[in-house]
Write a protein that binds this ligand. Sequence first.
Ligand SMILES: Cc1ncc(COP(=O)(O)O)c(C=O)c1O
Length: 410
Amino acid sequence: MYLVGSDKKMDYVNGPGRNHLFVPGPVNIPDQVIRAMSRNNEDYRSPAIPALTKTLLEDVKKIFKTTSGTPFLFPTTGTGAWESALTNTLSPGDRIVSFLIGQFSLLWIDQQQRLNFNVDVVESEWGQGANLDALASKLAEDRAHTIKAICIVHNETATGVTNNLATVRKILNQYNHPALFLVDGVSSICALDFRMDEWGVDVALTGSQKALSLPTGIGIVCASPKALEASKSAKSVRVFFDWKDYLKFYKMGTYWPYTPSIQLLYGLRAALDLLFEEGLDNVIARHNRLATATRLAVDAWGLKNCTQKEEWHSDTVTAVVVPEYIDSSEIVRSAWKRYNLSLGLGLNKVAGKVFRIGHLGNLNELQLLGCLGGVEMVLKDVGYPVKLGSGVAAAATYLQNTTPLIPSRI
Ligand SMILES: Cc1ncc(COP(=O)(O)O)c(C=O)c1O
């Protein structure tokens, strides 16, 4: 319970029943993780925390699908992880290519510009993926290798667009171009297929509050050997996010240059255990199943997906375009006020035009059906002529045919 509004009314956010949290991060935290975090502070210089950290650093590599990468657990959010990736590998004035396809790629580009990099912005209409033909042309022209890095958001959370990272690597290889490949995996890693080593990603990053299903507060950055090498000569000023300080403490076996959140470390341990118990491939398949069901519901409602082509469809978030006579913010407001359902707002260029259903992290089929049922009621509330049950039926039909047995109950 907490106080909201000018008249300071109580809001029973957790009761009766559950808040249906369907924003694309922060997401639902598993009970096991909540329990694992419910503990006292500890001396992080005792042997226990370095021992725990060692297991976390080893295991976190698995979510990036890397054996050669070096992970860093920063007490930060995705935005801090962006800054760490950029300032450790690049120098002011360096030329980089960055793709603008929605609000989060826009914010990363803004950060790149404020850090004084020379950014070639490749813009696409919101709802489209990164223009990789433009990347090919730029690399073909750049025989002198003036481009030092390619920055791309794997999954643009504002529009529900997933970019094809394997193709980016293919293009870099085709032109034998040495640019660093920096990837924002904030709303993809632990939910979508992500292969750091296979795709030759040099820096990948994510935030704990997305598919890892933890509270906000850990920015995970993973650097390839090439990125670590680049960090030795990169001249950008960095202090809090400097990989060098972490590496020094890794060598000493104490791991932390400053105080970590003990509770989040235990939470991360529990979150990784749950992911591995389910199996990363099963986690990815579950995200695909829930996303497909959501897209079928959107079709059944007669509404459009903001994502313009199937190849870009995101399995973590669906941005739904509403008819012009409806303000999508009203849908989000009404869902929260009436049904205790939290949906994502449309951001910036698509504000008022789309609402977003986040289907990532700690979620299952029946939770999703609850959300879709809620969306239908809200659509009716705001005057859209939806047939109640139509989207739920389409999604349930698909889920009934595709949901596997729970392994431990076979
Ligand atoms: C793709 C993407 N990148 C970066 C961010 C920024 O992360 P944070 O809000 O944790 O700083 C977000 C946040 O939603 C995101 O979706």
